[in-house]
Design a protein around this ligand. Sequence first.
Ligand code: NAD
Ligand code: IPM
Ligand code: MN
Length: 372
Amino acid sequence: MTETQTFSIASIPGDGIGGEVVAAGLRVLDTVAKLSEGTIAFEITEYPWSSEYYLEHGHYVPEGGLEELQGHDAIYFGAVGSSEVPDHTSLWGLRLAITQPFDQWANIRPVTFLPGVESPLRKADDTDLDWVVVRENSEGEYAGMGGRNLSGRGPGNEVALQTSLHTEKGCERIIRFAFDLARTRAVKKVSSVTKSNAQQYGMVLWDEVFTRIAKEYRDVETESVLVDAMSAKFVLHPEDLSVVVASNLHADILSDLGSALAGSLGLAASANLNPEKRFPSMFEPVHGSAPDIAGQGVSNPIGAISSASLMLDQFGLTAEALQIRQAIENVTGAGILPRDLGGDSNTLEMTEAIVAQLEAIHAQTPVPSTVK
Ligand code: NAD
Ligand code: IPM
Ligand code: MN
């Protein structure tokens, strides 16, 4: 009798296109389970926490919600953001309300160039480009520390303070993570990004920690680049990049730039990891709720589906994860593209094409699922 490995997943579609891209990813996971012939099962529990839910109940995550999430092996997230709720309320109410208490301090955002997808970079045509943005995901500019005051002095006199928090421990753990990741890659190099010329406290601490940790990884090439120069480097010399480690805000911006250079924001995947596994990790596309196309069924599901493949990596299902990535490449390589990439396939058609490729790949090389 074959034993079934069951993984429990909390799904939070959220707002806008979150629902359609999460549905696409779950459809792919369902296919993985079906093709495993009973050796893999995914138990999905959907949580309806969205901006609509917030407007009705006054909160995104209800009391006891985090404890419930903690009972799952992973969280699969869509996006949050609505014109009905201020963005800082929705993001602190849902996305950051999960990443912060679950100490998901490492945010991995691969920049992947797919066959058949046109990049705005001329170099992409004849150079193999592939890098990963490693985002510090627990502190920095997103520490949420500060306040607004002095409004008593009358209109026009308010003062706001938004403080960045950089701890030596926080810098060290994300920098080590980046070095360990670099060791698993063909090009063993870490580029550290700061703005330590202007920000002389927190970012200088980061630089010093980077220099200290680098000495333990003599086999890994290193460079320290200022964030403004790094944004130029993304465009002009992307072939020099392998692992790029940066603070919360810098990596947020650089990961959108990276995904746009790969062709579209709709392609980019992301994993919010708690590497110690004290809490479940959360997998989500990099993009937001895309209100401009929400409800039309035309969103690109590749970012969400690739994020599901990162979740499978985390579960130890690396062969299945690879097959998903191969299926995506086969589909784009065959010229089947969504609207944001210049094609005319809608979300459902893209998903079905990826599912069909997954079935075809599996028929050729079934995953040896019992030897795990
Ligand atoms: P966005 O990522 O939602 O959209 C930016 C542009 O990219 C839009 O033109 C959109 O149509 C396009 N796009 C994004 N994903 C796409 C996809 N899968 N397929 C095709 N096109 C896609 O960013 P924004 O417009 O700055 O933000 C919209 C809302 O989402 C805001 O409320 C913002 O705060 C929120 N947001 C949430 C998250 C998150 O939940 N992780 C991330 C980013 C932004
Ligand atoms: C992302 C988003 C979020 C972030 C926002 C919406 C808070 O832009 O996941 O990239 O910056 O963390
Ligand atoms: Mn972002």
